[in-house]
Write a protein that binds this ligand. Structure first.
Ligand code: DC
Length: 222
């Protein structure tokens, strides 16, 4: 069973690359960020403070959370609702990095990520996939690119009334990076078990090719 871990900061191109790698390996793709986003979205819907650990603990205790397979991806279903694009607003971006600091939320989601990948393998993207969720997988990739390049990418992805303000986006992305890197529970980091890939040059297809070569090489190696 193949589990490929793809970690890195926001806007580095993880989703596009991970999706391609999953398709070409014939395993499902799991975007763990959307799971943290779904908890944050639900918290905002209920008028709760995402920074309040106790409130988040109570929220997840009553939450019905499902990873529903859809076109070889896992669609997040929360209390029967599919939040979809509503998970991708700047407001949810900010709330998510606050929700993601709570150990109770993390361990609850990590258990579901492991269960999902245990069925038939997966390409799993996030921040702590190779360090915490699947530390034993031999296939770990850390994607990186300068903040300005990541912000430009994100700006192109954002649509609608909340999108578009470049300086605000840069500010929020920097703050989000800081929170992801500095939090005590499962911070974003890499160690020597990762293959480091700079995505600021090369397009998604080239990055996916490189990952596939590495995964296949390891699978058929000595
Ligand atoms: O990858 P993304 O931008 O959708 O992630 C949203 C937030 O969720 C980000 O601030 C970090 C957090 N996250 C996390 O802490 N651990 C993960 N495995 C995935 C995402």
């Amino acid at each position: 069973m193949t589990v490929v871990a793809i970690d890195g900061p926001a806007g580095v191109g993880k989703s596009t690359v991970a999706r391609r790698v999953a398709t070409r390996l014939g395993v499902p793709y799991l975007d763990t960020g959307s799971m943290y986003r779904a908890v944050a979205w639900k918290a905002l819907e209920e008028g709760l403070d995402p920074a309040d650990g106790q409130a988040m603990g109570r929220l997840i205790a009553g939450l019905h959370f499902e990873l529903r397979p859809r076109n070889d991806e896992a669609e997040v279903v929360v209390d029967g609702a599919v939040p979809g694009d509503r998970l991708r607003t700047p407001r949810v971006d900010v709330a998510t990095s606050r929700v993601a600091v709570h150990p109770a939320v993390r361990s609850w989601l990590v258990a579901q990520q492991r269960e999902f990948a245990a069925r038939e393998g997966a390409v799993v993207e996030g921040r702590d996939i190779g360090t915490v969720v699947f530390p034993d997988t031999p296939h770990k990739f850390y994607l990186e690119a300068p903040l300005e390049i990541r912000a430009e990418r994100r700006l192109r992805q954002l649509a609608g009334p909340e999108g578009g303000d470049r300086s605000r986006l840069l500010r929020e992305m920097r703050a989000r990076d800081e929170r992801d890197i500095r939090r005590r529970a499962s911070p974003l980091r890499r160690d020597e078990t990762y293959e480091l890939i700079d995505t600021s040059t090369g397009d998604a297809e080239q990055v996916a090719d490189r990952i596939l070569r590495s995964v296949r090489g390891a699978a058929t190696g000595p």
